[in-house]
Design a protein around this ligand. Sequence first.
Ligand SMILES: [Fe+2]
Length: 280
Amino acid sequence: MKIESVVLDQWYPVATENMPVAGKVYHTRLLGQPIEYGLDDNATFYAIGRDTRRPLPVLRQYYTYWVSLGTPPAMFEIPEFHETDRRVLATVPVCVRASGLRVMENFLDIAHFPFVHEGTLGEMPYTAVKPYHVEIENNGLYVRGAAFHQPMAAFSHEGHMTISYVYRVCSPFSALLYKTCPLQPAKKDLVCIFVQPCDEDRSIVHMPMACLDDSASTQALRRFQQGIIGQDLAILNNQVPRKLPLFPDFEISTAADAASLAYRQWLSEQGVVYGTFQKS
Ligand SMILES: [Fe+2]
C-alpha cells in the first residue's frame, strides 16, 4: 500500500518514557509495518523495521519515543515541556480498534463531556457548547475560545468551574490540549495526544501531560486521566465505520462540531488518505 507523504513523512510515537524497560525488545506496528524497538544497554532508544532489519529514524522528545518510516520534518515545538514548575507524566498506552483519526476527532470533541465523562469533565444539565473559533495557522489547526462547565476538571480539584479549552492540532495524528488549571486558574495544564496509527483501523494512544500540580502523586494524576480515556474507549471501539469519513454529508453535525468539521476539512486539504473512509 502506497502511503501519501503527508502521513508517511511524520514522526509517530511508539512509547512514552514511563513504559520501555532497558534491554527488552518490543514489537509493534506503524502504518501497517511491523517494527521492533527498545532501549539498548546504554538506555538509548532504537527502532528497526522487522522485515527490512533497517534502522529507522528515532527521536526522544516530550516524554515520548518517536519513530518515522519516511523522511520526518523537524519536530513541532511544545515550550511547556521546558517549564520547570510542571509535572511531566503519561498514561499507559491504550489500544483502540479505530482509525487514529477517529481518536483525534474524539479528543477535539467537547460536546460529549456530560454524556461520557459525567462527574468529571461534564455534568447534566450543562450540555450547551458555547461558540468557539477554529483557525489554521502555520499549517496547524487551532481551536480557541472554547469553555465548558466541569464538576471535576482535574484530580486535585473537586468543585464546579468553567474551564477554558484551547486545542492545537500539530500534525494529522498529534494534538495538544491547553485547559484551565483549577489550582492555578491563570495558567493551563497541557494534555498531549500522540496517536500511533498501527494500521488504518487500529491505533495506540500515547498521552503525556505537563501538569501544574505539586500535591497529587504521579500515580493519582495518571489514574485520573486513565479513567477519562477508559470512558472514551467504549465510544471509540464502536465507531462505524472504524475509519474516518472526510466528506461532509456522511454524518450529521451541529454547530458544536465545528472543531471536528474543521479537522476533517484540514485533513482533506492536507491530502490525508490513510485512516480515512473512502466511498466505494
Ligand atoms: Fe472523552
